[in-house]
Ligand binder design. Structure first.
Ligand code: PLP
Length: 423
């Protein structure tokens, strides 16, 4: 019964440090967000104690009457939100959801066609050290060298040459929308199944700000913690015909007991994602990334060798191209860190620099939108980033840090959290 701070002051102190970091800096890692209080409460709950292997009504453990309610709510809300016939909310994270999808859709040794990791694809779409690259043959499509956009003629050409069993459309670093109908056509042409991984843009799909892959894909996987703004976890939605195979691939195929506290938090996040307030937040996510793209592409910044890939964005992130800048990605990330803005360095397609020290930065707006940022605040943060990157090694770090601190104060995070009884 001892409180955490008393029982384990080392962990408590690091947690306190993390809360302070999240409050005092501006989080612009495109895959991160801040969950609402209700999600923290669900996740930090007694549901963590419960074993519930199986599915609602068909468990391998007794005492599942309450967690069954929770999982059914999460499943129904996921189906409703995305207009899907089937949902599985048990994947512990995005990678586990994707492992289950591949297990359900294809056999080891068969071929997966996904987006080149170096062009913005994800590890689970066929990277050679990942299970996906070890269990399956892989082929890749990329972006066009001139436009930096996925070229559907090239996807068709690769698909016809490679004849994959599964095509995956989805990305971790790409600033534009994908043409799911065109992917469907190509999949039909080569007799492949279509899997969409909407981990990054699920929040935009949920609010109609991004076309939905659900009508086109056989199976759609997602994380819940990126634009969707929920707990760190995954989910799968699909056409009914895949229900049995997907359920069996998640449990017992990939996982044992589901994390019922995470599923409760997912249910809460999915309820929130259906609200007007969430839709308004996603609009600010998009408005913010467009402001960022404009400001970072503006002449005074661009004169310093900085540009924005594809010249803009349709989603929650921008990709800054530093190939012509005196800064590389690591230096850009470090400089913004000193200023109090957290981003991550990223390879740009056809990057002349190595992956550990690439030429790009990935900058996203979901976390700041959750903090309440409006267009004026996004304009200020875009100017701070532009000024820092344009000045490079000569940046006035102290002055920029002061502007970041002002924004952090103006948009407080988790006010009163220290007094919340359940966290
Ligand atoms: N799929 C995509 C497209 C992602 O960007 C990510 C996370 O970066 C994942 C899957 C994996 O999610 P997780 O880190 O929860 O395993």
């Amino acid at each position: 019964t001892a409180p955490l701070a008393e029982l384990d002051p080392e962990v408590a102190q690091a947690m306190g440090g993390e809360l302070a970091r999240q409050r005092d800096t501006l989080e612009m890692i495109a895959s991160e967000n801040f969950v609402p209080r209700a999600v923290l409460q669900a996740q930090g709950s007694v549901l963590t104690n419960k074993y519930a292997e199986g599915y609602p009504g068909r468990r391998y453990y007794g005492g599942c009457e309450n967690v069954d309610i929770v999982e059914n709510l999460a499943r129904e809300r996921a189906k409703e939100l995305f207009g899907a016939e089937f949902a599985n909310v048990q994947p512990h994270a995005g990678a586990q959801a994707n492992a289950a999808v591949l297990m359900a859709l294809m056999n080891p040794g068969e071929k997966l066609l996904g987006m080149n990791l170096a062009h913005g694809g994800h590890l689970t779409h066929g990277m050679k050290l990942n299970f996906s690259g070890k269990l399956y043959q892989v082929a890749a499509y990329g972006v066009d060298e001139a436009t930096h956009r996925v070229d559907m003629d090239q996807v068709r050409k690769v698909a016809l040459e490679e004849r994959p069993q599964v095509i995956v459309a989805g990305w971790s670093a790409y600033p534009r929308q994908l043409d799911f109908a065109a992917f469907r056509e190509i999949a039909n042409e080569v007799g492949a199944k279509l899997w969409v991984d909407m981990a990054h843009f699920a929040g935009l799909v949920a609010t109609g700000l991004h076309p939905s892959p659900v009508p086109h894909a056989d199976v759609v996987s997602s994380t819940v913690h990126k634009t969707l703004g929920g707990p760190r976890s995954g989910l799968i939605v699909a056409k009914k015909e895949w229900a049995k195979k997907l359920n069996s691939a998640v449990f017992p195929g990939q996982q044992g007991g589901p994390l019922m506290h995470a599923i409760a938090a997912k249910a809460v996040a999915l309820k929130i994602a259906a609200t007007e307030e969430f839709a308004e937040r996603q609009q600010r996510v998009l408005a913010g990334s467009k402001i960022l793209a404009e400001r970072l592409g503006a002449a005074d910044v661009a004169g310093n060798g900085i540009s924005v890939l594809t010249g803009g964005t349709d989603v929650h992130l921008v990709l800054v191209d530093l190939r012509n800048s005196e800064l590389d990605g690591q230096q850009g990330e470090d400089l913004l860190h000193e200023v109090g803005i957290t981003v991550n360095r990223n390879a740009v397609p056809f990057d002349p620099r190595p992956p550990m020290n690439p030429s790009g930065l990935r900058i996203g707006t979901p976390a700041l939108a959750s903090r309440g940022f409006d267009e004026a605040a996004f304009t200020e943060v875009a100017d701070i980033i532009g000024t820092a990157l344009a000045a490079g090694k000569g940046a006035d770090v102290a002055a920029l840090r002061a502007r970041v601190s002002k924004l952090a104060q103006d948009y407080p995070l988790y006010e009163g959290l220290e007094d919340w009884t359940i966290v």
